[in-house]
Design a protein around this ligand. Structure first.
Ligand SMILES: *Cc1c(COP(=O)(O)O)cnc(C)c1O
Length: 497
């Protein structure tokens, strides 16, 4: 039956893709990994003639081997439709000496839509295949974008409920409004009095709580995850890197086999890990440039080999990257040990008990395809302004981190390989910060969120996306808040158990 999945900590193996997607996290707290990373079985030239949806099928069929072709094609057709405001789904824009891969044309205008448009369909198909009769409760911690994208995907999907936890003071105004106005009888949103790491740690704890699991089971519920720890998020994200390379080739921007670099603004390490998987599948990628904001735990890791989360958490103007525990790094760690679950589990134990771990020289060498960089808020704002002033192209603050890091990387390394920058959000999602960057602090003083949106629109000429227009007059539907140590009570109250 082909590929199966195993836990990075050794507690589960031989799990079919559909079950791994349903479970989200392995029983031992580890992340599911495929037994191998398959190679693309269609030549790049042929992929260059395919639509996004066809490319998605060619990539996903190799990982999700227990889905029938019909099931998979059906999920893809339902996900990548007119919810996206461009037929290409993930268009490339050439600007400032790089190719910006715009991953924000979905219904919530951030790259999370790329995977969360399809995850609900993969999950409900998986439930049917595996005769799951329980109601699936999606628990999600969000740094702002996952929460909205997951709710948009799961809203009113029969047999599912979704509960989202976000840091009360850690998201942008547009992000918060998007979540608090979310429709759907099965959606719930809780603002926690803490940061994203608190939310993510709290959710992981609920997943690992055996007595809660038993209680849920007795009441007809079962948890799953829409966070990027779910393999059903990672696999759809590989698609757009394959697609981007194939488009560049078809458009004669690159020669067949020419190596490119990829720059990814990184938080939880999900998006860049997908780029790494694309490389391992055969996409000619040279260097994976991991761009961090002031929370530069990954930059420090790639430069020193020590991952150390014992530091202050900094709230920045790229809030979706304000993260100190990058969960998906565990998957790269696992690969770098030669898939030694014992060694990976020991490092993860160090992280939770001591707050840090150090990899061996061999592991570090394994990761030499990665380069780390970081950008301060001031540098980020200066880059957004420079690119806008010199080219008229407008980028958001997360993409600004990536563009800043790329500029520094190019200057320092002399590496002139053609480069794709993952553009992860619409500038309108972070209107205040983007407007401030290009027009100065005066331009946003005493303006409410939508006045800034309109000012940004007249200054830039970039259309305001439907996702922003939608929330202009939408009523607030969610008002729940809770302390970090009361998340379990909040979940029980929402489920009425
Ligand atoms: C989530 C997010 C990121 C970080 O992606 P990871 O997969 O968590 O590394 C970057 N930019 C935006 C806009 C995001 O929403």
């Amino acid at each position: 039956m082909g590929l199966t999945y195993q836990s990075t900590r050794g507690g589960e193996a031989g799990v079919p893709a559909s079950m791994a997607i349903l479970k989200g996290l392995a029983k031992d707290g580890g992340l599911f990994m495929p037994t191998e990373i398959p190679k693309l079985d269609v030549p790049m030239e042929k992929l260059g003639t395919m639509t996004y949806q066809e490319t998605a099928y060619e990539v996903m069929k190799l990982f999700l081997t227990d889905y029938s072709p019909g099931e998979l094609k059906d999920c893809i057709a339902k996900a990548y439709d007119s919810k996206f405001d461009t037929e290409e789904i993930a268009p490339l824009a050439k600007a400032d000496g790089a190719y910006f891969l715009e991953l924000y044309h979905g219904s919530t205008i951030a790259f999370k839509d790329m995977a969360l448009s399809i995850l609900p369909h993969l999950m409900t198909t998986a439930a049917k295949k595996n005769q799951v009769d329980k109601e699936i409760v999606i628990l999600t911690a969000t740094s702002g974008d996952t929460g909205k994208a997951a709710m948009a995907g799961f809203a009113d999907v029969p047999g599912t409920r979704i509960i989202v936890f976000y840091p009360k003071d850690g998201v942008s105004k547009v992000q918060e409004l998007q979540m608090r106005t979310q429709k759907g009888a099965n959606t719930s949103v809780v603002a926690i009095h803490g940061n994203f790491d608190d939310a993510q740690t709290g959710v992981k704890k609920l997943f690992g709580d055996k007595s809660l699991e038993a209680l849920l089971d007795s009441r007809g519920f079962q948890f799953s995850s829409a966070n990027s720890i779910n393999i059903g998020r990672l696999v759809p994200q590989i698609v757009y890197y394959v697609y981007a390379y194939a488009r560049l080739l078809a458009n004669e921007e690159i020669a067949d086999g020419e190596q490119i670099n990829v720059v990814v603004p990184t938080g939880n390490f999900g998006n860049i890990l997908a780029a790494y998987f694309a490389k391992r599948m055969g996409v000619p990628v040279k260097t994976l440039i991991c761009a961090s904001n002031d929370n530069k735990v990954l930059y420090d890791f790639f430069t020193t080999g020590t991952y150390d989360r014992k530091r202050d958490f900094i709230l920045t103007n790229s809030p979706s990257m304000d993260i100190l525990i990058s969960s998906n790094l565990e998957r790269l760690i696992y690969l770098s040990t030669g898939c030694d679950a014992g060694a990976s589990a020991a490092l993860m134990q160090d992280l939770s008990e001591k707050g840090s771990y150090t990899v061996t020289e061999d592991m570090k060498a394994f990761m030499s395809d990665f380069a780390g960089g970081f950008a301060t808020q001031e540098e980020n704002a200066a880059t957004i302004k420079r690119i806008f002033d010199s080219t008229g192209y407008l980028i958001d603050t997360h993409t600004g981190v990536a563009a800043t890091v790329y500029e520094a990387y190019r200057a320092e390394s002399g590496d002139r390989a053609k480069t794709v920058i993952a553009s992860t959000a619409s500038p309108y999602k972070f209107s205040d910060s983007v407007m401030e960057a290009i027009a100065g602090p005066e331009s946003i003083r005493d303006k409410d969120g939508f006045e800034v949106v309109d000012a940004l629109n007249s200054l830039s000429g970039v259309d305001v996306p439907a996702a922003v227009e939608e929330i202009r007059h939408a009523p607030i539907r969610h008002n729940t808040e809770c302390d970090v140590d009361k998340m379990e009570e909040a979940v029980k109250a929402i489920l009425g158990i």
